[in-house]
Design a protein around this ligand. Structure first.
Ligand SMILES: Cc1cc2nc3c(=O)[nH]c(=O)nc-3n(C[C@H](O)[C@H](O)[C@H](O)COP(=O)(O)OP(=O)(O)OC[C@H]3O[C@@H](n4cnc5c(N)ncnc54)[C@H](O)[C@@H]3O)c2cc1C
Length: 312
């Protein structure tokens, strides 16, 4: 007998969750107001790195699981995932990151750093080329028998009758859909440029935030992380700020040839909401509020949703 689940949302969280549920034997439909290339997930840089998400004990576990899966998926070029040499620079001495044992080849470097930087973590991270990856996720979901429907829901007060369980993967919109006041936007802006640089270079401290992310035919430069800023327009001021910060790491980027600029609102929350509540006698499972780490946490969270679905 088929067991019907409705996933609401078709960003990286909804698609990953849908795939794991199908693999677990559920009959899954995704309803979504937007699909790739029009979701926030399309704007992600995207690299594996736990950033602007909490609580750390959970994000480390979800992140570690996701790292292993992204590494496995990187063997398939259709996924758009490449395991990439990464350098993260610091202006002050740092303790080890909590995720140190999740990544490959972690080392500390202190020689030949950009000026003003005193320390560097060297490790392998994944670069996830989102337009390709979301297409691959969507194709994988459909090939497993999943159904995609263009549909906008107005709330989760009454759950649709045809489904035994509903999963809320609506990202930033979850704030108004379930009246969750802990959800807030963290505005980001990125530049797509031409470049031949092959390694990833990062400064993940908010005031000096700079990420240089190499992809197959372009490179992403970021970024900004502006809490409670809902503005989706491109800001020239932010563009200049991003170029200035990135050129502190790689001076030649000051003259970068910009192909495109994108803005997105990260779904911020005090902590990721991954839990079950009962609505009119049916389980509603929430999976939203991943901040700047939705891609980084996606598979770990999807697998925890499957656990909650089966624990009825
Ligand atoms: C500039 C920028 C850079 C980033 N870089 C990274 C990075 O390097 N690594 C990383 O891990 N993360 C990164 N992120 C964060 C990442 O993009 C998010 O955490 C992630 O996309 C959240 O995924 P989601 O599926 O929850 O949300 P979304 O992608 O927003 O998807 C939500 C889905 O829900 C649907 N939906 C919403 N409301 C309704 C409704 N009422 N009815 C039906 N459907 C609805 C939407 O249409 C959409 O399909 C970045 C974000 C930005 C903006």
């Amino acid at each position: 007998m088929s067991k019907n689940v409705l996933v609401v949302g078709a960003g990286v969280i909804g698609l990953s969750t849908g795939i794991r549920l199908l693999e677990d034997g559920w009959d899954v439909s995704i309803w979504s107001s937007k699909f790739s290339p029009n979701t926030t997930s399309d704007v992600a840089a995207a690299l594996w790195y736990p950033f602007l998400s909490a609580p750390v004990e959970k994000t480390d576990a979800w992140g570690s699981r996701t790292y292993d899966i992204l590494k496995e998926l990187s063997h398939n070029p259709d996924t758009g995932i490449v395991m990439t040499q990464t350098y993260e620079y610091f202006r002050e001495k740092q303790p080890d990151p909590s995720w140190r044992n999740s990544v490959d080849n972690f080392q500390r470097l202190s020689d030949n750093l950009p000026s003003d930087y005193v320390e560097c973590f060297s490790f392998i991270s994944s670069v996830i080329e989102m337009p390709m990856y979301l297409e691959w996720l969507s194709n994988k979901y459909v090939s497993l028998g999943g159904n995609l429907v263009h549909k906008t829901i107005s709330d989760f007060v009454e759950l649709p009758e045809d489904f035994e369980i509903v999963i809320n993967c609506t990202g930033l919109d979850a704030g108004k859909l379930v009246e969750d006041e802990e959800v807030y936007p963290i505005r980001g802006q990125i530049l797509r440029i031409k470049s031949n640089i092959e390694e990833m270079h990062l400064d993940q401290q908010i005031p000096t935030l700079a990420y240089i992310v190499p992809r197959s035919n372009d490179m992403i430069l970021g970024g900004v992380a502006q809490q409670n800023n809902w503005d989706l327009d491109i800001s020239e001021e932010d563009r200049d700020f991003i170029l200035e910060k990135c050129s502190k790491l790689i001076p030649e980027l000051k003259e970068a040839d910009i192909i495109e600029e994108l803005v997105g609102l990260r779904p911020g929350r005090s902590s990721v909401r991954l839990e079950k509540e009962m609505v009119s006698g049916k389980p509603l499972i929430h999976n939203y509020g991943h901040g700047g780490s939705g891609v980084t946490l996606s598979w770990g969270c999807a697998e925890d949703v499957v656990e909650l679905v089966n624990d009825r």
